[in-house]
Design a binder for this molecule. Sequence first.
Ligand code: SAH
Length: 501
Amino acid sequence: MKKGIVYLAGGGCGDPGLLTVRAKEKLENCDTVVYDALVNPEFLDYVPEEAERIYVGKRAKSHALPQPDINKLLVKLGSEGRNVVRLKGGDPYVFGRGGEEGEALYDAGVAFEVIPGITSVIGGLAYAGIPITHRDCVASFQVVTGHRQDDAEDLDWPVLAASKGTIVFLMGMKNLGRITQNLMANGMDPEKPAAVVYRASDPRQRVVTGTLRTIEAIATEAKMTAPSLIVVGDVVTKREKLRFFDNKPFFGKHFVVTRSRAQASSTMAKIRELGGSALMYPTIKIELVASEVDKLKTAIDHIGDYTHIIFTSVNGVNIFYDVLRQTGRDSRALGGLYVTAIGKQTAKALEERGVMADFVPKNYIGEALIETLRPILTEKDAILLPRSENARPVVAEALSEICRLDEIKIYRTVREDAADFDMKGLLEARQVDVITFTSSTTVKYFVEKLGAENLDLLSGVMCASIGPMTSQMMRESGIPVSVEAEVYTIDGLLSAIEKNL
Ligand code: SAH
């Protein structure tokens, strides 16, 4: 039988970018993942679809699986020859009970390895702008469980209170008052800076600062709960200059991106880079028009008859190349043609296939394309225009007045009905700050999916449009246009949002 192995892996403290390369690689190759509550759910996307996912953390009402049962589960899976990742928040050995699990595996003769993670103690504090040490003020730090006061075995308060280094308490929120009082009662300066950091490195991060004397009242007032770090020490004052995360332009803002699944992820990545959280609510998807495929194949067979080819979108490029490949050809087929790409992204999609577009109109509206090509076209030219069935007729009409134009409506945009979450519920709970609209079709299908009768729920939400066509459709559909991009790109849209947020 195949020998099993268990990787005791840390998932970092929240930001999905803080997973180690090694943990990701093991997740991608495991057949079972056993994970807890503090682990970022996005990591499960790395796990192969057919792998088993076992959640052992707390559920709404019931408790987490008790530790001895987790140990038994890991031993059982390992003994069955499974390739297991046991994924934990932060680092597995920092109050993560990784040691107990490793010992149980050792005792049972199951192989294991440890993959350290970025602990909240250091990485989480860094995201709050607090360096755990600093030459100006401290040369040591202590990491303490704030949980222990319930146990008979108490912490050594006189030693902690006399400590000159930074002290970080984990799992201490229920005992915050007791912690601060014990430190003061044992002689620590009540004016010592202190902070509470909730969900560090996550879009929900919140930080409050004060002193040993004031921090409990401040944290209570701000309704700080677990999971939080409690920090006591002069390093807290460094946050003023070293903050970099919770002061980003979109920090704390919840975005909904309405593009197609394929296009949404790059937009979402940009939003996250600016500190926002983003959910994908796909309203459209791209579909090949099967009946037009033969027409395109015939055009490709006679590609030498054309002098120009125009690509109007990344989808158009992708689909054209799918068909091109079916005819047994590659980019060389375009060798004798002038290539026009509407939009930088379209040009980039061509470049990835080794084709540098000859013309890239500055603007994304069809009229700009006409302006670019009109001066160079003569009646002897012939244009191949593979594009969407939904496209506006202006371009084709204007160009066909000059020369021959074969427009092939090779794909269409249809409504995407699948949804990962309940949009109406989210709006009712007022958990959406910004919705981005990047085409008139996304607007149309968004309204159909949400229901025109529910558009009132958008009041107070920033509805952002990528350009005039999209805005017009929004107005016609009853969606207020809160901002419109000056440059009709995703970056343009995001910078318009930033100015108005
Ligand atoms: N192994 C983890 C700690 C597990 S103990 C690590 O290395 O980070 C759980 C406690 O860790 C929580 O009660 C809280 O005090 C702290 N914690 C973990 N992640 C946190 C985060 N993102 N923000 C604030 N505190 C966090």
